[in-house]
Design a protein around this ligand. Structure first.
Ligand code: PEP
Ligand code: MG
Length: 575
């Protein structure tokens, strides 16, 4: 048995496929034997054509149309493309460099055109380039979108880009050698309900491709060999968990209210417009966090204003008149957006990220704000700014929003005139100056994923410091209490959209502190509603009082876990 950190609950049983997607690296040397280099290129093209023809055939037999794949093949039959690449090779460039140069030229030409189809084409070309480079480097390149059903995917590190690419229907479970509970990939795997275990040392070496394994995303256990007894035990665990979900179903279409009638707002976190369906199905009362950065990853060119507008509009309209809080681009940290070509930093979590970056790349930010404001005409949209550390950042964004509104007014473009502007409280500076920040915004949303990491100086994705990274640490609890108190004093709403908002053990504390809004993964909406229904203010106040008297993370965690077990008949493995 192997063990890692179970980050997304559920049991997955399936066959192992290993994904080794290392970056494209090659020695960019001057070539003298150009004939050999031309041959390497020809062979790489041959492999590409053969594979794409196979895929096109498979697509055709499924009743769809393989036209797109055939048009990819046509790109490599284009005499101009071939002659340019061969010319670069004859000029002494290695095949990899020649391919990169010619394709970069094509991509730049297509992406400079403000036309959706052309931009899509540019993305296709980028994918063709990637495949050819993989072939040249002799790497197996399989299509993540097209894995066999019941695949257990094993990889070194799970990235949001990989998560965006896979077809969840085919994935039984995911195992990665790196990563921690609060990494973005963990958040997405929970949202997509894929049993996932991260931080499994040597998983790629220890687990053989093609074997059938069991992955428990709750306990973090991986069984590479098992008998029928064990298999049945897992089937039973699966059933118990399904029964628990069914119990929460009783809270569907119910009000979100405590036992003594205090109303709370219960919203969903999403990363892609298509997750609106899960939010609606999960009975969310709105969207509390739309992470827009997922529109920007996995592509070679930035999404244009129109594409962003369509995405934001789809979410706003999809939620009807319910509140939709859209967070502006939160790039950086563990969310790399390759097409922004950001400098490599020594310390990306403390670096040029989120609002710091956006206030410098004003054109990019203005485009996003324009798309957001335009979409606000189609629903109840609010804007949220990530990673705020100082008041002047809010003032600068507000000024940009004002300018953008003026521009839209001049063109008679509709938008929500009184659109709310709120901020994430996720840095220690924002926490300690929450009273000052509150004067300038309509709402707070506490980002506990980052706030916990920053307060405790423990990288949220680094398993080696995972023992420190805990929402139950007295430092974090005090921070949360202070933030909510500042919002209350100023009379603005305070929400929480970090993962902690879905941890039922914390609910009594958050109710006692006066949190107004819980924004959680769609699959957790009903369990949070069920939890709230069992509490009243005086019970919560008593629990909070006891917590605030405790001095260690462990004492607080054990106390809240035992309270949760008692109040919610909730069974949490980890104490
Ligand atoms: C957070 O930091 O808690 C948060 C919600 O934002 P993200 O996880 O996207 O950084
Ligand atoms: Mg954050």
């Amino acid at each position: 048995m192997l063990k890692g950190i179970g980050v997304s609950d559920g049991i997955g049983i399936g066959k192992v496929i290993k994904y080794i997607g290392a970056p494209v690296v090659y020695a960019d040397t001057v070539i003298t034997d150009t004939a050999t280099e031309r041959n390497r290129f020809r062979k790489a093209v041959g492999q590409f054509v053969q594979r794409n023809e196979e895929w096109a055939g498979r697509v055709d037999t499924s009743g769809a149309d393989g036209k797109i794949l055939r048009s990819h093949i046509a790109v490599l039959n284009d005499p101009w493309v071939l002659s340019q690449i061969n010319m670069e090779i004859d000029g002494g460039r290695c095949a990899e460099r020649a391919v990169e140069m010619v394709f970069a030229h094509l991509i730049a030409r297509l992406s400079s055109v403000e036309d959706k189809h052309m931009r899509q084409r540019a993305e296709d070309i980028a994918d063709i380039k990637r495949q050819i480079l993989q072939n040249l480097l002799g790497r197996e390149d399989f299509d993540l979108k097209d894995l066999p059903s019941d695949t257990v995917l094993i990889l070194e590190a799970l990235t949001p880009a990989i998560m965006a690419e896979i077809d969840v229907r085919n994935i039984a479970a995911i195992v990665a050698e790196k990563g921690g509970m609060a990494s973005h990939s963990a958040i997405i795997s929970r949202a997509l309900k894929i049993p996932t275990v991260l931080n499994v040392a040597n998983a790629l070496k220890e687990i053989d491709a093609g074997t059938k394994i069991i992955v428990d995303g709750g306990t973090g256990e991986i069984y590479t060999s098992f008998d029928n007894n064990l298999k049945h035990k897992f089937f039973r665990t699966r059933e118990i968990r399904a029964r628990k979900e069914a119990m929460a179903e009783m809270f569907k279409e119910k009000k979100t209210v405590t036992a003594d009638g205090i109303k709370k707002e219960l919203l969903a976190n999403i990363g892609l417009p298509k997750e609106v369906a899960a939010a609606v199905a999960g009975d969310a009362e709105g969207i509390g966090l739309f992470r827009t950065e997922f529109l920007f990853i996995n592509r070679d060119i930035l999404p244009a204003e129109e594409e962003q507008f369509e995405a934001y509009k789809a979410v706003a309209a999809g939620m009807k008149d319910k509140r939709v809080i859209i967070r502006t681009l939160d790039v950086g940290g563990d969310k790399n957006i390759p097409c922004l070509k950001l400098k490599k930093e020594e310390n990306p979590l403390l670096g040029f990220r989120a609002i710091r970056y956006c206030l410098e790349d004003r054109e990019l930010y203005r485009t996003q704000l324009r798309a957001l404001l335009r979409a606000s005409a189609y629903g109840n949209v609010a804007i949220m700014i990530p990673m705020i550390t100082r008041v002047d950042e809010i003032l600068k964004v507000r000024a940009m929003i004002q300018e953008t509104k003026k521009e839209l007014d001049e063109k008679h473009v509709p938008y929500k005139k009184d659109i709310e502007v709120g901020i994430m409280i996720e840095t220690p500076a924002a926490c300690l100056t929450a009273d000052l920040l509150a004067e300038h915004v309509d709402f707070f949303s506490i980002g506990t994923n980052d706030l916990t990491g920053y307060i405790l100086a423990a990288d949220r994705g680094n398993a080696d410091v995972n023992f420190l990274y805990s929402i139950f640490d007295p430092a974090v609890i005090r921070g949360i209490k202070y933030i909510i108190a500042c919002a209350k004093k100023r009379g603005i709403s305070c929400g929480m959209c970090g993962e902690a908002a879905a941890d039922v053990r914390l609910i009594p504390l958050l109710v006692a502190f006066g949190l107004d809004v819980f924004s959680v993964d769609p699959s957790n909406i009903l369990s949070v509603r069920a939890g709230l229904s069992k509490l009243n203010q005086s019970k919560c106040n008593a629990i909070a009082k006891a917590v605030l008297e405790k001095k260690t993370e462990q004492d607080i965690r054990i106390y809240l876990t035992s309270k949760a077990k008692h109040i919610f008949q909730f069974d949490h493995e980890e104490t």
